[in-house]
Design a protein around this ligand. Structure first.
Ligand code: ZN
Length: 566
């Protein structure tokens, strides 16, 4: 099977129908998404095609990029653009095979094909998302299409696996951040092309841009002998590779074994096929990625005080993903907090400048560049095994030129306040529940999550309000008092609501009213900025320049007026 020519990817059409077609179908305006049978495959399909567009049509400038956003190529034109790379995308046969070892690995024992799946440890280990692992039974047979995307998924996410089993270029189970059009009926072309960056943006420090070529082994490792990592000094560093290699990383050595069979259903997608994969060969000591890798679709973090330490990729966490992570995903801040936004997000923010220059080119393009969403997804890994799969969408805002730093500082103020209040809510719920709260065992992060979920809509309202303020000709130096006040009262209200729901609900058999009342009082005085540890609250009130008691007085006054009128 050739992954550029054959009809192996399931595409979702505007009509709701799913059609299997070659990658070039992404240029068909009727195609609006993929329809892969697993959530991790869906995320991988996005990365596969973004990587393919990035390789076959890498724009030189933002203007080149905008031209193709405005006027997408035809399916035919895209086929022509992909054709030169065809030799690197053969999944089987005697020559080089896509993301597999050039050697046939005859010296290792056959293993089952399920080894390609980053899969569940068992039902009790899976939280939150029951639909991630579509088929719970053992996977014994895969069609060639599922085997291809499973192979790609494994190579780009490869988790730790023990001695000699190499981890992915971004570390095991990294998060991916993509820019998505706001409209749910946007074409797949728009969804993908929003995530294509310029040649310069794709090139890391120490790398040299050259036109991508299918036989280039520093781009596609599988076109040459494996990069074996059996001794020191064999690590693969960014400087040794083509800038686009990050999209095609290959830490694992695999060889798929194809069989012709009587018609048989695939254990993943259920389609009947004559050509299946039941077994593979896997060998240790594949490419050992090391050094300062920065993958263009993943956010990183670096300690600004330790510039020599390697950047760390962001991973899924048991506590979930939410608005408190928004700033780190979107706003680059290498100097002070060490947050490195993915190149694709940095590029998107730079491209927003095109909106004003390109007014003549129509409203639709402005909307695309102005109204986009952030899509974050990835595994939540517990070393080798996934606990689950995250897929979260959040708004993106139009950040006026030169105002990114100010927005970052303001967002930081908002999230620091909610982080501290979340912590205090959890502490006081524990104080209400347990006589010795410090001995309380178990995961209490559900309390924080309840608070974050409840305050999320208000956060994005505040973010939008800040964006509008920053679009003024001379924005104020501080968060405007009305926005700060609204945020403070929303957090206070939800903090009390979450606390009361959990601590005072009376459902706890061992509820101790005295303890609960004391905890309630402590939370109240913290939220009022009046207790010992509540400097973060009183500072916020002071910087926000509003009077926390004024609102209560206003409310009382308006209640009195209403009564008077009646
Ligand atoms: Zn299948």
């Amino acid at each position: 099977m050739n992954l550029l020519e054959d009809s192996w990817l399931p595409f979702l059409l505007r009509s709701g129908k799913v059609e299997y077609r070659p990658p070039s179908a992404l240029a068909d305006p009727d195609v609006i998404n993929f329809a892969l049978p697993r959530a991790d495959f869906q995320g991988a399909a996005y990365q596969f095609l973004i990587g393919l567009l990035q390789t076959a049509l890498p724009p030189k400038t933002h203007d080149d990029w905008l031209d193709l956003l405005m006027e997408p190529p035809s399916v035919n034109a895209l086929d022509k653009a992909f054709a030169p790379f065809s030799s690197a995308f053969e999944l089987d046969g005697d020559g080089p095979r896509f993301m597999q070892d050039l050697d046939s690995l005859d010296d290792v024992k056959n293993a089952t094909v399920s080894g390609l799946l980053i899969d569940a440890p068992g039902a009790n280990g899976i939280k939150n998302n029951t639909d991630f692992f579509v088929k719970r039974g053992r996977v014994e047979v895969m069609c060639d299409a599922c085997a291809a995307i499973a192979l790609y998924t494994m190579q780009i996410n490869a988790p730790a696996g023990g001695a000699g089993i190499r981890v992915g270029l971004r570390g095991g189970g990294p998060l991916t951040t993509l820019v998505m059009p706001e409209s749910s009926t946007a074409s797949l072309w728009e969804r993908l092309w929003l995530n294509v960056i310029t040649q310069k943006e794709a090139t890391q420090k120490g790398q040299q841009w050259t036109a991508p070529h299918p036989e280039e082994p520093s781009l596609f490792f599988w076109m040459a002998n494996a990069r074996i990592s059996d001794k020191k000094g064999t690590e693969v560093l960014p400087d040794d590779t083509h800038p686009l290699h990050a999209y095609w990383s290959m830490p694992r050595r695999f060889r798929l074994l194809f069989e012709e069979v009587d018609e048989c259903p695939c254990d993943i997608c259920g389609r009947k096929t004559n050509r299946v994969v039941r077994e593979l060969r896997a060998k240790k000591q594949g490419a050992n990625y090391d050094g300062p890798w920065i993958h263009p679709l993943t956010p990183y973090r670096r300690d600004p005080k330790k510039p020599n330490e390697l950047p760390l990729s962001s991973k899924g966490q048991p506590g979930g993903l939410g608005y408190r992570h928004w700033s780190g995903f979107v706003l680059n801040d290498e100097e002070s907090s060490g947050a490195i936004a993915a190149a694709v997000l940095k590029s998107y923010i730079d491209k927003q400048k095109l909106v004003t220059q390109e007014r003549a080119r129509g409203e639709s393009i402005q909307a695309l560049l102005r109204e986009a969403r952030l899509w974050v997804f990835g595994y939540d890994m517990d070393n080798m095994k996934p606990r689950g799969w995250y897929s979260v969408e959040m708004p993106l805002v139009d950040i006026p030129q030169g105002q990114q730093e100010r927005l970052r500082a303001w967002v930081h103020q908002l999230t620091e306040l909610s982080r501290n209040i979340a912590w205090m809510v959890r502490t006081q719920v524990k104080n209400a529940w347990f006589s010795r709260p410090s001995d309380a065992k178990g995961d209490m992060s559900a309390i924080d999550n309840q608070f974050y979920d409840a305050t999320e809509p208000e956060f994005f309202k505040a973010l939008l309000a800040l964006q509008q303020v920053l679009q003024q000709d001379t924005p104020p130096p501080h968060i405007p008092p009305d926005i700060a006040e609204r945020w403070y009262f929303a957090l206070k209200r939800e903090a009390m609501r979450v606390f009361e729901g959990l601590a005072l609900s009376g459902s706890q058999e061992s509820m101790d009213l005295e303890r609960a009342t004391a905890a309630h009082r402590q939370l109240q005085s913290f939220l009022g900025g009046k207790s010992k540890g509540s400097k973060v609250v009183s500072d916020f009130i002071q910087q926000g320049d509003f009077d926390p008691s004024a609102k209560a007085k206003r409310n009382a006054a308006s209640a009195a007026t209403t009564t008077g009128d009646a």
